[in-house]
Design a protein around this ligand. Structure first.
Ligand SMILES: Nc1nc2c(ncn2[C@@H]2O[C@H](COP(=O)(O)OP(=O)(O)OP(=O)(O)O)[C@@H](O)[C@H]2O)c(=O)[nH]1
Length: 837
């Protein structure tokens, strides 16, 4: 722009102020853009932004007369039903505070610089409660309402809404870019439009003080003619017939066609109905202080638009809405007043454009000027109250044909120049600063609401940690205790199952050795003696009965183990009850003692023999339950009737017997029968052993014929008596003999260095088996509890980690939101938005 110093001091000062404000605003827009791009990153990486909904509380004023702000209910689009009571600052920043915090401050006697009279406390309804620039069109209905659209939107996930917010912010960033271009643009556009034939071209010519635009009684302006100072075109006066308004560049000749100003009329004729764009570069020879185009301050362009008719109305309305149009000058013919299309256009334009001039042209043609003025002003009041209120500056009644001599026209020109040049800061910068202010308010509302969410999350996370951490610590520290306790239960159970089984089976064997059933209360009946002829069968029946009673003893021992296991399982449950935290599901396993020692297990609905659970008492050694059904065990032997080895060892040995094989009578054994009988009788019944031994010794000493002669019959008599006694004793001796032999067969002789020691193999094998089964049950119960404890510990650990992460995230977010609040305040200060608003 040339020769600024030639411009008037007022304009120069205005220009300086404008440049300063422009630079501040540009800085603010840049900072806001970087801020919202940071918010987008934060939304994506660190925090899912929640979209706030505010609902004013109707009872605010009455309930809290001292409050500075307006009480609202805050909820979120993803959860509209849960509302928090908050206070919205009444200042332009619209920051949020939790109502309870503010209440507390108020109660503390914290003085607020606020409003005590009802007028200043505007009603809740008049407060801006929602976002403006970043507003999402969610069709929410009224927040807090459970029915309708509000409820529907609650289905939307947080993430989807955060994505919508992100998109809205992206749109805002693009808008900021456009605003920056506009603020940086030193030009100012004045759109002249109006009804067909209202005299728009005449008016533009009058402003230019040149007959440039074709003027005709017939509608003649068919294109938008944009008039610039020729200094923008290297001081060449010419017309650029623009091919596409969006791509026009003055230094790119392919985007337009050059033409002479003299050809304008023919171009217009050729452009009829095309609504194209013509760029006119003109030289205004008037001094800077008078010229509009060449004013020394701003690059102004005047746009002569086609008259509003059916074809052009929409285009012109769109054109006037463009951001680069600073001022709309609407030309009305005084003869026609405001036509319907004029009213419609003005209504829209006055809502959108801050500055709207209305030029009532051809006023010279009006006879009753006052009446006309009144009529037109009435019409204006109806369609554009703002223009009516400021009618002195904004509504002008002129005669464009005789502009030079018309004071009204000079007045209009002065107003227009003042608006374009002096008040340019407002006309040019206001849309940007208003947008920036709204954006900052929205950001403050957004981060304020999200900071409240973060605060709530911190409190919730702390609460969760307070609950979960001690439980976790307790569980961790009790882990060893539990394991030790479970091991003790298992060991104790196995030990008592072993000892109990051993004792029971030893007792049973002892009883059997006495010829009695192995268990006292036994359903096993000892067979009755059938007579000497059936002695063999008797021995077998006795054997079977004793073995069956032994089987019963084993079963009893198993039952005892079941009781021990049941008690152990109860102990395990009690340990679980003591150490598992509340809320952790207890074991649902039901212990069925009867399933212990089972030979079969149901698996997949099929009967499956489980190898390790086949109970063959004594395991590999072939002893145990089922003894009474095993042929080799039932089969009696000769020694069941007369246990020669037993007696032999009892009387001739060192008092201990060996486990003889049962290979049947040998020569030695048969030979010893007599002696056995004698010794048995002597030892157990008559007590004449000493006598016989003495007699033999005496006979030996005497070696006398007579002695031999009387000794033979004596011995014969003795043997006879003994045999008779033996036969008579059989019913009671067979069970003892059989029992003893069974016991012997179920025990294993073992030699130690100092002598022989018999280990009850049968007993040990069963004790080990029963203990193993009991241990299995207890180990399973213990494993189940340990597993529960492990899973519960892991769950608590996860909860704790989750709560810690939530707290960390929320603390970080809260801090970050605070920095955003500071940044918005800085931007406001930097751009002087307080002054602008
Ligand atoms: N008496 C009088 N006639 C005027 C005035 N302004 C314009 N005219 C006449 O009105 C007619 C139309 O003027 P234009 O300037 O072509 O009107 P326009 O609004 O540009 O017409 P279109 O662009 O075709 O819509 C011409 O004959 C002008 O001479 C005025 O202030 N007084």
């Amino acid at each position: 722009m040339a020769a600024t110093e030639e411009a008037s001091p007022t304009l120069f000062a205005a220009q300086e102020a404008y440049v300063e404000q422009k630079d501040r605003l540009l800085g603010g827009l840049g900072a806001a853009k970087s801020l919202i791009s940071d918010i987008r990153v934060f939304n994506k990486d660190s925090w899912t932004i929640r979209y706030p909904l505010l609902r004013a509380k109707s009872d605010t004023v009455e309930s809290s007369p001292k409050l500075r702000g307006i009480r609202h209910y805050l909820s979120f689009a993803d959860d509209p039903s849960s509302e928090t009571d908050i206070t919205l600052e009444r200042s332009f920043t619209r920051s949020l505070t939790l109502a309870s915090i503010l209440d507390a401050r108020e109660n503390d006697g914290h003085d607020s610089p606020s409003t005590s009279d009802a007028n200043e406390r505007s009603t809740p309804d008049s407060e801006p409660s929602h976002l403006q620039v970043l507003r999402l069109d969610l069709n929410l209905g009224s927040p807090g309402s459970s029915a309708g659209a509000g409820a529907l939107v609650s289905q939307l996930e947080k993430v989807s809404i955060a994505n919508l917010v992100d998109k809205r912010i992206a749109v805002s960033a693009q808008h900021i870019d456009r605003l920056r271009v506009r603020v940086e643009d030193m030009s100012s556009k004045v759109l002249v439009t109006g009804d067909v034939n209202a005299g728009k071209s005449t008016f533009v010519n009058a402003l230019l003080r040149r007959e440039v635009m074709p003027v005709d009684q017939q509608p003649c302006t068919a294109a938008f003619c944009e008039v610039h100072d020729f200094s923008e075109n290297d001081n060449v006066e010419e017309v650029h017939v623009v091919k596409d308004a969006a791509t026009y560049k003055i230094d790119d000749e392919s985007t337009y066609q050059r033409a002479s100003l003299d050809d304008l009329q023919s171009i217009m004729d050729g452009e009829k109905n095309s609504l194209g764009l013509l760029k006119l570069y003109l030289h205004d020879s008037r001094p800077l202080s008078q010229s509009l185009l060449n004013n020394g301050v701003v690059d102004i362009s005047l746009i002569d638009a086609p008259g509003l008719n059916r074809d052009s109305f929409k285009t012109t309305a769109l054109f006037s809405r463009q951001e680069e149009i600073d001022i709309v000058v609407f030309v009305v013919s005084a003869e026609n007043h405001l036509t319907e299309s004029a009213r419609s256009f003005l209504r829209t334009a006055s809502n959108e454009k801050a500055y709207l001039f209305i030029v009532v042209n051809k006023f010279d043609q009006i006879k009753d000027k006052e009446k006309c003025r009144r009529l037109v002003l009435d019409q204006i009041r109806e369609v554009s109250p703002r223009s009516y209120d400021d009618a002195n500056d904004l509504v002008h009644f002129v005669d464009s044909l005789v502009s030079n001599d018309d004071p009204s026209f000079e007045d209009l020109e002065a107003s227009l120049r003042s608006f374009v040049l002096v008040k340019r800061a407002k006309s040019k910068l206001n849309p940007a600063s208003t947008y920036l202010s709204n954006l900052l308010s929205d950001i403050e509302l957004l981060v304020g609401a999200n900071a409240i969410v973060a605060q709530e999350e911190i409190v919730r996370a702390k609460g969760d940690l307070d609950t979960a951490l001690p439980v976790l610590e307790r569980m961790k520290s009790s882990r060893q205790v539990v394991e030790d306790a479970l091991e003790a239960v298992e060991e104790q159970g196995a030990r008592s199952a072993t000892s109990k089984t051993k004792r029971m089976l030893m007792d049973a064997l002892d009883r059997i050795a006495e010829g009695l059933p192995g268990v006292e209360l036994s359903s096993v009946q000892m067979p009755s003696y059938p007579g000497l002829l059936n002695i063999w069968d008797y021995a077998r029946d006795v054997r079977r009965a004793l073995l069956a009673s032994l089987d019963m003893a084993v079963k009893d021992a198993e039952d005892e183990a079941r009781i021990i296991a049941t008690a152990g399982v109860q102990q395990v449950l009690a340990i679980g009850e003591e150490h598992l935290p509340a809320g952790v599901e207890r074991s649902r396993r039901v212990f069925m003692p009867e399933a212990m020692f089972s030979t079969h297990r149901m698996r997949n609905g099929k009967r499956k023999i489980c190898r390790d659970s086949i109970v063959v008492a004594g395991g590999m050694l072939g002893l145990g339950i089922g003894l009474a059904t095993r042929p080799e065990m039932i089969q009696p032997t000769f020694f069941d009737l007369l246990d020669v080895p037993h007696h032999f060892w009892v009387y001739c040995g060192d008092g201990k017997e060996n486990n003889e094989d049962e290979s049947g009578p040998s020569a030695l054994s048969i030979m010893s029968v007599g002696i056995g009988v004698v010794t048995m009788i002597g030892g157990q019944a008559i007590g004449i052993r000493a006598f016989v031994e003495s007699a033999v010794r005496i006979a030996d000493v005497l070696s006398h014929e007579t002695a031999r002669s009387w000794a033979a019959p004596v011995f014969g008599a003795i043997v006879m008596s003994a045999t008779a006694y033996f036969v008579l004793e059989l019913p009671s001796s067979v069970p003892r003999t059989v029992g003893r032999r069974i016991r012997n067969s179920l025990t294993k002789p073992e030699s130690s260095g100092l002598g022989t020691q018999e280990e009850p193999l049968f007993v040990d094998a069963h004790a080990a088996r029963v203990a193993r089964e009991a241990r299995k049950v207890l180990r399973l119960a213990a494993w189940d509890l340990k597993e529960r404890l492990r899973v519960a510990t892991e769950e608590r650990s996860r909860e704790v980690r989750g709560a810690e992460e939530m707290e960390r995230r929320a603390v970080r977010a809260k801090e970050w939101f605070a920095t955003v609040g500071k940044r918005t305040a800085d931007i406001r200060e930097q751009t002087g938005l307080v002054a602008l608003s």
